[in-house]
Ligand binder design. Structure first.
Ligand SMILES: Cc1cc2nc3c(=O)[nH]c(=O)nc-3n(C[C@H](O)[C@H](O)[C@H](O)COP(=O)(O)OP(=O)(O)OC[C@H]3O[C@@H](n4cnc5c(N)ncnc54)[C@H](O)[C@@H]3O)c2cc1C
Length: 498
């Protein structure tokens, strides 16, 4: 074996997954086509609250906060959804370009000792009962116990696995570019009879909730095309024509740094796993960028998969644990596809759609709808159906301020090493998990505050909570110790022999 797991692609999803696997003690390597982490184009513009929480769970959120702009970024169909009153430490999003997100993740992964084999392209694979042979364009093949395709929307891994990718073809396309302009365009977002367009700059600050651009520098352009553009690389001439059609001028643009096209093509993989091969991020789902969801759910796919795959590789858990990756994450992806398709429909420029958008804005101005949509767009409302009735089960564990024998501690700090936690908030020493102590941390703690979840509000305080490494609650105490043993075995493998 060249590694326990080979991850194809060092985009945000692949980097996060590699970090998770390394934290779990696996021998993991990334194979990446690009020569470095530099990214052509701006792509994602930021992080939602739940992704910030996930980075906080791993102790790396400050690296992102130090470079980004805190802002209310959750939105739907043009309506901003304020989450300042949400029960989370990160009751905001972060404006930060994807190239910086990737750079920060890459340095974390490097710190964890994960090798990234750059300028290596996966072209296919052959799997057998014991592993996967991964073919590289450069000739050599690699062997690993598992292969994860985090290789983007055109995923070679997904195609080679024969996983279907059903969905909807593009109905609209936009050109995005960074160019020099001899005339100053009207900075900001504009809607007109042709669609949605914007002019901005890569460097900006957020002051009192408003975007303030720096002086000079290249201009970022986004313009709706009159017809869905072809799959070929867009040219400066196409960009100029699209701008002239919409604005009557191309503002004397020249010297592009990049020009690319995005569409509202919407597709999702029918299966996230085929034997020893899994897919995550854009390889598993593509959709329009409305609402800024793609990178965020890719990172969240990775955090759902990482600990499960690590346990299967270490033979702590049976391979069927990996099926919960599909059953938990496929519905989350499907919901994002639905939301983005609705957002694209609401982007249309005709008067009737504008009336519908206005009505949506009015509805989202009401407290109940705002909270529901804000929790959905920020990823804070995710609920995996894990069976038990208590509202915490299957939901994100709140980052409570605990008092432990080691002094005050935040719940998220207990998750830094990506190990499961059994939090005993009842009688100290009242829970015995001797048969799992090599895998699960048992923490006796006190917490006297309220238990509040986004949208649901206050929930009854449990006396014990079992938290998975991804920060989701697997079990709460319902006064029955048998169910704890079952939950421990289900999620973290059978008990060690006495
Ligand atoms: C205009 C635009 C705006 C967006 N805005 C947002 C936003 O605001 N918020 C948000 O969350 N998302 C946004 N997105 C989506 C976001 O960019 C993607 O969802 C995200 O990049 C997906 O990450 P990934 O790691 O899954 O895939 P990718 O970023 O596509 O990474 C895949 C990696 O795999 C490598 N690779 C591909 N094939 C191979 C191969 N065969 N062998 C080896 N390596 C390979 C690639 O070089 C790349 O590094 C936007 C996208 C666009 C286009």
């Amino acid at each position: 074996m060249d590694a326990d797991v080979i991850v194809a692609g060092a985009g945000p999803t692949g980097l996060m997954l590699a970090g998770e696997l390394a934290l779990a003690g696996l021998d993991v390597a990334i194979v990446e086509r690009r020569p470095g982490q530099d990214l052509a184009g701006l792509r994602a513009g930021g992080l939602h609250s739940r992704t910030l929480e996930i980075f906080d769970q791993r102790g790396i959120v400050d690296r992102f906060l130090a470079e980004g702009q805190i802002a209310q970024v959750a939105s739907f169909a043009g309506a901003t959804l304020d989450i300042r009153d949400f029960p989370t430490r990160h009751n905001y999003g972060l404006g930060l370009w994807q190239k910086h997100i990737e750079r920060i993740l890459a340095s974390w992964v490097e710190q964890l000792g994960v090798p990234i084999h750059r300028q290596r392209e996966v072209t296919g694979f052959v799997q057998d009962d014991a592993g996967v042979d991964i073919e590289l364009r450069e000739g050599r093949s690699l062997r690993a116990k598992y292969l994860v395709g985090c290789d983007g929307g055109r995923s070679v891994v997904r195609k080679a696995a024969g996983i279907e990718f059903p969905g909807w073809d593009a109905t609209t396309s936009n050109l995005i570019a960074e160019v020099e302009m001899t005339q100053e365009p009207p900075l900001g977002i504009h809607r007109d009879a042709y669609g949605i367009h914007s002019f901005g700059k890569a460097k900006y600050e957020i002051r009192d909730g408003a975007v303030v651009y720096g002086k000079g520098g290249p201009i970022g352009v986004m313009v709706t095309e009159q017809r869905v553009g072809s799959a070929t690389e867009p040219t400066l001439r196409e960009l100029s024509e699209a701008l002239i059609a919409v604005c009557g001028t191309d503002y004397g643009m020249h010297s592009p740094t990049f020009i690319s096209r995005f569409t509202d093509t919407t597709r999702q993989a029918a299966a996230y796993r085929k034997g020893r091969v899994l897919i995550a991020g854009d390889a598993a789902h593509v959709h329009a960028p409305d609402g800024g969801q793609g990178l965020n759910i890719g990172i969240q796919d990775a955090v759902n998969l990482g600990w499960k795959l690590a346990q299967v590789v270490k033979a702590t858990s049976p391979a069927r644990l990996l099926d919960t990756y599909h059953s938990e994450r496929h519905p989350v992806g499907a919901r994002v596809l639905r939301t983005t398709m609705a957002a694209v429909a609401l982007r249309r420029a005709d008067d009737r759609t504008k009336a519908l958008r206005d009505i949506m804005s009015e509805l989202l101005g009401m407290d109940g709808p705002r909270k529901r949509f804000a929790a959905m767009m920020s990823g804070l409302d995710i609920h995996y159906d894990l069976g038990q009735r208590h509202p915490l089960v299957g939901r994100r564990m709140p980052d409570l301020d605990l008092i432990t024998s080691r002094g005050p501690q935040r719940v998220f700090s207990l998750l830094h090493r990506a190990r499961p936690v059994l939090l005993n908030l009842g009688e100290p020493g009242g829970l015995d998990i001797t048969a799992w102590t090599d895998r699960v941390q048992l923490i006796d703690a006190k917490y006297d505050g309220a238990w509040e979840l986004p949208v649901l509000g206050e929930v009854s305080a449990p006396s014990a909570v079992l938290i998975r490494p991804d920060g989701y609650v697997a079990w709460v105490d319902a006064g029955d110790s048998r169910s704890l043993l079952e939950a421990l075995a289900t999620w973290f493998g059978e008990a060690n022999a006495a």
